[in-house]
Design a binder for this molecule. Structure first.
Ligand code: NAP
Ligand code: ZN
Ligand code: ZN
Length: 356
């Protein structure tokens, strides 16, 4: 089917409108009219080919997608026309390996997962590029679609599909909860939803931010403390304090300063993916049996669990809704940490496609 979206034609190029084809729905596919799509910092890293390797161009980014089902394949069991649904960072995986069988499709070791954009999938035996949510429609196998609870607005829920699950998954895995001191490092799209979720889980929450600009917001979002990392005394005051630091920073920073803020057996979980690798100090890790780990989004089952958790706890994202023509300006502002706290593109009301 003919669809349209906004695409980057080469690394670092601005995004412009593009018409392209998506497959007609197969038996297990759901066709979604996209209403909203969040702008994740990963979109910018990938458009700019900052993660090494070659990006696939033209690239239609977007993996924080919410919308309404417009059509279903003949064997679709769980969705029908009119349902409120969402798609995150993956649209397929091998379904056979141990991570896939355990609901950890994001860690598929059978050649997947297939990412929502900047990846390839086999369609009718042909390798075809995947294209994301800065577009009017998407066709996805129902096993990689989740349901948006009625109480969540589709625009404010969209960023939960990447930012939300990326924080929910490690907060649950490392058991954030009552009696745990959790720091959220970087108060951006991921960080702000991390504060809300960690607070709802009952943890003591501290924001570690590189400026004072967002201090007022920290408390409103549910943080107990707000600390500025440009002030060296922060590292002294909180030395050995945190059980868990979730590092969402998109830029290269000296991790060792932050690791020294961990208590005995504390862990830093890296979710931010800056362009360059970091160096680690062995003594900082060894002296308090500290650990450093990483975490990537979350599985499909856990993504549904996260949406239900957010519905129960009245958690949605703080967003700035923009028309798609503003996407290039929005990218600049994300790079400058100037968004409170996620841009969401109003696809349904601003993207005009000629063919439909
Ligand atoms: P974002 O909205 O731009 O937030 C990043 C935050 O990092 C900023 O708000 C800022 O927080 C801090 N920061 C930025 N530049 C900094 C600098 N030079 N020094 C210190 N702090 C700085 O980005 P996002 O969408 O939340 O994504 C964050 C990172 O996570 C990106 O690298 C993205 O690719 C990655 N990501 C990973 C996963 C995963 O599965 N692991 C999923 C989604 C995204 P303050 O102003 O508070 O300091
Ligand atoms: Zn993302
Ligand atoms: Zn697999």
């Amino acid at each position: 089917m003919k669809v349209c979206g906004y695409a980057a034609n080469e690394p670092k190029s601005v995004l412009t409108q593009l018409s392209f084809d998506r497959r007609e729905p197969h038996d297990h596919d759901v066709v979604i009219d996209i209403h909203y799509c969040g702008i994740c910092h990963s979109d910018i890293h990938q458009v700019n080919s900052e993660w090494g390797g070659n990006g696939i161009y033209p690239m239609v980014p977007g993996h924080e997608i919410t919308g309404i089902v417009s059509e279903v394949g003949t064997k679709v069991a769980n969705y029908k026309k009119g349902d409120r649904v969402a798609v995150g960072c993956m649209v397929n995986s091998c379904r056979k390996c141990s991570p896939c069988k355990n609901g950890l499709e994001q860690y598929c070791i059978g050649g997947g997962p297939v990412l929502t954009y900047n990846d390839e999938e086999f369609i009718n035996g042909r390798k075809t590029p995947t294209h994301g949510g800065y577009s009017n429609k998407i066709v996805v196998d129902e096993n990689y679609v989740v349901s948006v609870p009625e109480s969540l607005q589709l625009d404010r829920a969209a960023p939960l599909l990447c930012a939300g699950i990326t924080l929910y998954s490690p907060l649950k895995h490392w058991k954030a909860g009552p009696g745990k001191r959790v720091a959220i490092l970087g108060l951006g799209g991921l960080g702000h939803i991390g504060v809300k979720i960690a607070h709802a889980l009952g943890a003591e929450v501290t924001v570690l931010s590189h400026s004072l600009k967002k201090q007022e917001d920290g408390k409103r979002l549910g943080a107990d403390n707000f600390c500025v990392t440009s002030d060296p005394t922060t590292f002294e005051s909180f030395k050995g304090y945190f059980d868990l630091i979730i590092n969402t920073v998109s830029a290269n920073i000296d991790l060792n300063n932050y690791l020294s803020m961990l208590a005995l057996d504390g862990a830093m979980v890296v979710v931010g993916i800056p362009e360059k690798d970091a160096s680690l100090s062995a003594p900082v890790l060894v002296t308090s049996r500290r650990s450093i780990a990483g975490s990537g989004i979350g599985g499909i089952r856990e993504t549904q669990e996260m949406l239900d958790f957010c519905s129960t706890n009245n958690i949605t994202c703080d967003i700035e809704l923009i028309p798609i023509e503003s996407v290039n300006d929005a990218y600049e502002r994300v790079i400058n940490s100037d968004v409170r706290y996620r841009f969401v593109i109003d696809i349904a009301n601003s993207l005009k496609c000629e063919d439909n």
